[in-house]
Design a protein around this ligand. Structure first.
Ligand code: PEP
Ligand code: MG
Length: 810
């Protein structure tokens, strides 16, 4: 190249940059020349593209382009003349607007500008290796008196523009959109001079998400505000459907702290959205958008695969750390190229500003001397008060007249009731004790329940207003809706507990609710709750399924979870994600996951379960716990449980998961179970795997030294231990007054266990119900030197305060 050529090239570049700036050269400081919208897009692209994040490239026509275009077509005079005539009422608004817009659209591009636009468009074509790439053309107005003149939604955008002449014409349409009737009258009203307003145009590569998918990412948990969880929503087609909530998108949750290890896949939640509609372009309609029905096969699969979910999550972490605050991000998947893109990023404002409080207690607000009538009494679940309409239900299908917030009145509950319990205001049952299904589920859902009343289903008429008051383990049902007030606790004011407190959790959906509690991990995850509430199928029915035959069971599972490639994958992945979610809520503290411990009658109720379970006289003392795991009648099911644990600890990366064996009657059983686990790839000690056992059978304590040789720690199951030491069926209403964990015999057993285990260098915790309900019992445990106490989430505040109180006489 000669010197003159070099010089002329340099000068043409300078000229071109007067008219055009590529997005990677634009930042927030460029608002005067490219408008607020283009400036923030440019800022994002220049900031993010460098870290390997795909952001569709493009360029902006500066306001100088707009002004030169007007000047070279002598449009300023025309505009001023038209405005003057409008002001003198010689012409109407519609006529003036029409004349100006027409003149702009008919205007000729100055050659230099035309060449610059075409060249930039060709650069995009070169970059995308296409002849005429689809671009989005957006108006980005500025005003001298108002730097970011993104007022009143006057900016027009044109999607899916293709080809040089279309682009040139569309840019003029953007210019003309500054003179819509609405825009003119807005400026007139506000007193903006028309000459002071200018327009920049953004030209950005279109991501063909109409053929792919799109959605939103929050870098913070939208439900709980937990900063360790990324939430991604996804639906097919262009993004507006997700933004506006027109469709139910898929929702994926990813655990941030484990993302930095590229070999891990910490996806802890995947829910399938119905995604009935997808927003697409209608070619026949000039490229405008319309909603089309999503084909069924697509509705029933996830819009993104795991690799795509993880890629977006990793990008989201980068974006959040660049901006140094929680972000709300739009993404798009190009259906032509299968490439993912970030198309917008802005600070998240709702959750990141909220200061969270934890509800601690509630009380009735009564007039002086007012004594409301108690209709029924039972055991309380949780702490709280609720008023509502009583709906007596014989079975769960009896729910037609049930509305959100009503109070379920039923004999008892089982996993089939959970969906209804999730929308109920409260629950009253005839039967069941503090460790029954109803109690555990209500506690986790945080809804007050009065259980074991003996006669609730005979006591109310449909729709009768009642008030449940749950406090200190006692539940009362009052006549009428009684006013009450709730108080919340600032967790920072909680005194430090003298002993590590852990949580009993079983519901993955609710687990994150408690992330702010000052606890040291999860002391008990009852795996059977995840199986009954989420999977609903019998492990043996899945494990023994002949994949070559479309059995009734196979069809049923396919209907329940069409998005999984096989019933086995459905079982293992869903179980792993459920456990992962709870493990994430504790991370990096331990989460002790107990293998399934249903009774045979409960297992039999699972889908496909009946043929696998014997009918027993006394399932509490039957084929349960460790005895099942090595037995040929359940071992294939247990192998699935082990596979899920392996996935959680391996692929997902939750090494904080400790496993626990329940109801282990003999030392020989312990050996056999550990052997089966090792055969399944869960060898105690390997990959830091710790194995605990529940201490809940008297034999566990009598032979504690032998069990201590085989396990890494113990967790006291005071529910079963009390049942077996005192010989009381824990679900018997009649014997409830005798069911007392504070009984000397039970306490002696516990002290003995702690001292033997400590002698053997093993830790002892407790995960039974007793310390959650009774502070004195919790104090007793502390005095015995227990290493940790696992509580129901709603008891943590109370018990930690009580444990921190100075002792009488101390
Ligand atoms: C226990 O027995 O105390 C215990 C925690 O286990 P579960 O209530 O599930 O039998
Ligand atoms: Mg137990």
């Amino acid at each position: 190249m000669t010197e003159t050529e070099t010089a002329s090239r340099a000068s043409s570049q300078t000229d071109a940059s007067k008219y055009i700036l590529t997005f990677d050269k634009i930042g927030n400081a460029d608002i005067p020349s490219v408008g607020g919208k283009n400036a923030s897009l440019g800022e994002m692209i220049s900031a993010l593209a460098a870290s390997g994040i795909n952001v569709p490239s493009g360029f902006a026509l500066t306001t100088e382009t707009y002004r030169d275009f007007l000047r070279s077509n002598q449009l300023e005079g025309l505009i001023n003349g038209q405005m003057a005539r409008l002001n003198r009422s010689e012409l109407g608004l519609a006529e003036v607007g029409q004349t100006i817009r027409h003149a702009i659209l008919e205007g000729e591009w100055p050659e230099e500008i035309r060449a610059a636009i075409v060249e930039s468009y060709r650069d995009l074509a070169f970059e995308t290796e296409t002849n005429g790439p689809d671009v989005a053309v957006r108006s980005s107005p500025t005003a001298e008196d108002l730097p970011d003149a993104s007022f009143a939604g006057q900016q027009e955008s044109f999607l899916h523009v293709q080809g040089e002449s279309n682009l040139l014409h569309t840019c003029k349409r953007c210019f003309a959109s500054l003179f819509t009737d609405r825009a003119i009258s807005y400026r007139e009203q506000k007193g903006f001079r028309h000459e002071s307003v200018a327009l920049s145009v953004g030209v950005q590569r279109m991501v063909r998400s109409d053929l792919g998918a799109s959605g939103i990412i929050f870098t913070i948990d939208t439900e709980t505000g937990c900063p360790d969880v990324i939430v991604i929503s996804a639906a097919y087609g262009l993004g507006d459907n997700v933004v506006q909530g027109a469709v139910t998108p898929d929702e994926y949750r990813v655990f941030k702290p484990l993302l930095s290890d590229g070999s891990k896949a910490p996806i802890i939640g995947k829910s399938l959205g119905s995604k009935e509609l997808r927003l697409v372009y209608d070619q026949a309609w000039g490229g405008r958008v319309r909603n089309a029905r999503t084909p069924f096969t697509d509705q029933f699969r996830f819009a993104l695969d795991d690799d795509q979910i993880l890629k977006l999550a990793r990008w989201a972490v980068e974006i959040e750390s660049h901006y140094d605050r929680p972000m709300d991000i739009e993404w798009a998947l190009d259906g032509n190229t299968d490439e993912l893109y970030i198309v917008q990023a802005r600070p998240e404002t709702v959750h990141s500003r909220k200061r969270r409080k934890i509800l601690a207690s509630a009380r009735l607000v009564l007039e002086e001397g007012e004594a409301p009538e108690v209709l029924l009494e039972g055991q309380a679940v949780g702490r709280g008060i609720v008023s509502g309409r009583a709906v007596v239900m014989r079975n769960v299908w009896d729910s037609k007249k049930f509305n959100r917030g009503d109070i379920i009145v039923a004999k008892e509950t089982n996993p089939d009731w959970v969906p209804l319990m999730k929308i109920a205001g409260g629950l009253v049952t005839d039967a069941g004790g503090r460790t029954s299904h109803a109690a555990i589920v209500c506690r986790e859902l945080g809804i007050p329940a009065v259980i074991g009343t003996g006669k609730a289903t005979e006591s109310f008429f449909y729709g009768q207003e009642i008030t449940l008051v749950c406090e200190g383990g006692r539940g009362l049902v009052y006549r009428g809706a009684i006013p009450h007030e709730e108080t919340s606790v600032d967790l920072e004011t909680l005194p430090e507990s003298p002993i590590p407190l852990m949580l009993n959790l079983a519901n993955p959906d609710a687990a994150m609710e408690w992330w702010e509690l000052p606890t040291s991990g999860v002391g008990l995850v009852r795996m059977e709750f995840i199986i009954t509430n989420i999977l609903k199928v019998h492990p043996m029915a899945v494990a023994t399924l002949d994949t070559n035959r479309r059995t009734e069971f196979a069809v049923q599972v396919e209907k329940m979870a069409p998005q999984f490639e096989s019933p086995r994958e459905f079982f293992v992945q869903s179980l792993a994600m459920g456990i992962g979610m709870i493990a994430a809520s504790a991370y990096p503290d331990p989460a002790i996951v107990r293998f399934s411990d249903l009774k045979t009658n409960e297992y039999a109720n699972l889908v496909g379960g009946r043929g696998f379970e014997p009918v027993e006289q006394n399932p509490m003392l039957g084929f349960r716990g460790a005895s099942r795991y090595y037995h040929e009648d359940y071992r294939p099911g247990f192998e699935l449980e082990c596979e899920a644990i392996k996935r959680v600890r391996g692929k997902m990366g939750f090494r904080n998961v400790i496993v626990m064996i329940p109801f282990c009657r003999t030392v020989e059983e312990a050996d056999r179970v550990l052997e089966v686990m090792a055969e399944c790839g869960l060898e105690r000690g390997k990959d830091d795997l710790h194995v605990y056992m529940m201490a809940e059978i008297p034999s566990n304590i009598v032979l504690a030294d032998q069990f201590a040789d085989r396990f890494d720690g113990f967790s006291i199951g005071s529910n079963d231990l009390t049942q077996l030491v005192l010989g009381i069926d824990r679900d018997s209403e009649k014997l409830q007054p005798l069911f007392d964990e504070g009984n000397e015999a039970v306490k002696t057993m516990i002290s003995q266990l702690i001292s033997i285990a400590h002698g053997a260098g093993k830790k002892v915790g407790i995960c039974g119900q007793a310390p959650s309900d009774c502070p004195d019992f919790a104090r007793f445990l502390v005095d015995q030197g227990i290493d940790s106490i696992s509580l129901n989430p709603d008891s943590v505040i109370d018990i930690s305060r009580k444990l921190a109180e100075p002792r009488r006489g101390a």
